[in-house]
Design a protein around this ligand. Structure first.
Ligand SMILES: Cc1cc2nc3c(=O)[nH]c(=O)nc-3n(C[C@H](O)[C@H](O)[C@H](O)COP(=O)(O)O)c2cc1C
Length: 403
């Protein structure tokens, strides 16, 4: 099957424009051997390359291209399949857009195209080419964050030291900070449920009879709030995960939560309840009734794992939480993935208009954080900053700008 891959990248400061001709000559030979066709556009600063060929060959070459230090800020824009090659006659031709009179470059590129595509202006690949030569794509470009400038330094936190397993509890909790890295602040702690011996959440729920799941879910929060008290949470917020149906199925659920909160010296305003988007939409009407009570009590609501489920942005037309946590599937490798960037930018715009705070979860790479921070997100959770710690708060790795 014929596959197409389009990416954009930027010439590395260390690479001179002169070196480009060398790159192209070698690339043409290699592409010919692998039966890869395509073009490389260059505007003096950025590249846009179209690669087409057998999927395995395209992936092989793209693997080498991604590792090449002569360009940077590489973002994959499109992967698709096509009935025939757009640039079947070219192993890989370089078009320096500066050498063409305005308006003539697109025509020159299309002249090189396999005839059927000369008129196919609706073709997505050609739209990327047109946007590049006309410069419209820059409207979506973020100021390039340079991840190499950051060093991370771990600082201890003001909370009490972690404890071993707490005896006499059906479950334990691990705490993971949600941080504002550029302000050096922990904005909240998420309490993640663990089994009696510190094992996975699945271990805990496997130990609960199916008909008792909602009750157990609700009652377990008492141990999370007790841990918040033990570590000396002060004014920080604590976030707990809750099955929305626990609020519906357990009589007086919100009353029980409020009692747990008060018993542990906390106030409702410092508690965030996180529910996943799939759980919300599966029984939406009942959920709405339950959250009304939560909100009237002063407890904040966050939609967890946003982007991983079925609801997506349409959920926000029905209901707007205080916080929205971007699922790790959207966050992972966002710095090199054009579709994820476009989706997350749409979510950021939407949340800005609705005053919903976004938290990016599952952040593991400096590059992911840099891109998301440049896009406007300020709160982050993930191994890059801190892993969950059983019965305690882990030290956070804070970024310092080294340059
Ligand atoms: C902007 C740009 C485009 C490139 N395009 C290709 C290409 O189409 N085909 C190719 O074989 N190498 C291309 N290269 C060179 C590869 O990145 C790499 O140097 C070459 O494939 C040798 O890889 P290897 O050292 O992993 O074998 C390109 C490099 C740059 C900077």
């Amino acid at each position: 099957m014929l596959s197409t891959l389009i990416y954009r990248s930027r010439l590395s400061p260390a690479c001179s424009v002169k070196e480009l001709n060398q790159i192209v000559t070698k690339a043409q030979a290699r592409n010919a051997a692998l039966e890869i066709t395509g073009i490389l556009l260059f505007d003096g600063d950025y590249f846009l390359q179209v690669l087409e060929g057998a999927e395995s060959a395209v992936n092989q070459v793209y693997g080498s291209i991604r590792r090449d230090p002569r360009h940077c800020n590489l973002v994959e824009l499109m992967r698709d399949y096509a009935p025939l090659r757009r640039f079947g006659n070219l192993g890989m031709e370089l078009f320096d857009t500066r050498r063409y009179a305005q308006g003539s470059i697109l025509e020159a590129v299309l002249q090189k195209g396999t005839s059927r595509y000369n008129l196919a202006y609706d073709d997505r690949a050609l739209k990327f080419i047109r946007s590049f030569v006309e410069g419209h794509w820059r409207a979506h470009l973020l100021p390039c964050p340079d991840s190499a400038n950051w060093r991370f330094a771990t600082r201890e936190n003001p909370f009490s030291l972690p404890m071993d397993l707490i005896p006499g509890q059906p479950c334990q909790f691990a705490l993971q900070p949600i941080v504002e890295p550029l302000r050096g602040q922990i904005s909240s702690l998420e309490a993640l449920i663990r089994g009696t011996d510190g094992g996975s959440p699945a271990d805990y729920f496997a130990s609960v009879a199916p008909e008792k799941v909602y009750e157990a879910d609700l009652l377990s929060k008492n141990y999370a709030f007790a841990l918040a008290k033990r570590i000396g949470i002060g004014n920080h917020k604590i976030a707990v995960n809750l099955l929305p149906m626990s609020l519906v199925m357990v009589p007086n659920a919100v009353g029980i939560l409020l009692d747990q909160i008060a018993r542990n010296g906390l106030i409702p305003e410092q508690v965030v309840v996180e529910v996943t988007e799939d759980e919300v939409i599966s029984r939406f009407d009942e959920f709405v009734i339950a959250i009304r009570q939560l909100r009237s009590a002063g407890i904040a609501l966050a939609i967890d794992d946003f982007g991983s489920g079925f609801a997506g942005l349409s959920l926000l037309s029905k209901f707007q939480p205080e916080k929205l946590k971007l699922d790790r599937t959207l966050v992972s490798d966002i710095h090199i993935n054009g579709p994820k960037q476009a989706i997350v930018q749409a979510i950021i715009n939407c949340c800005a208009a609705l005053e919903i705070t976004i938290v990016a979860e599952g952040v593991e790479k400096v590059e992911e954080w840099c891109w998301l921070q440049a896009a406007g997100i300020q709160r982050f959770q993930g191994y890059l900053f801190a892993r969950p710690l059983l019965n305690g708060v882990p030290p956070v790795a804070w970024p310092d700008n080294a340059v």
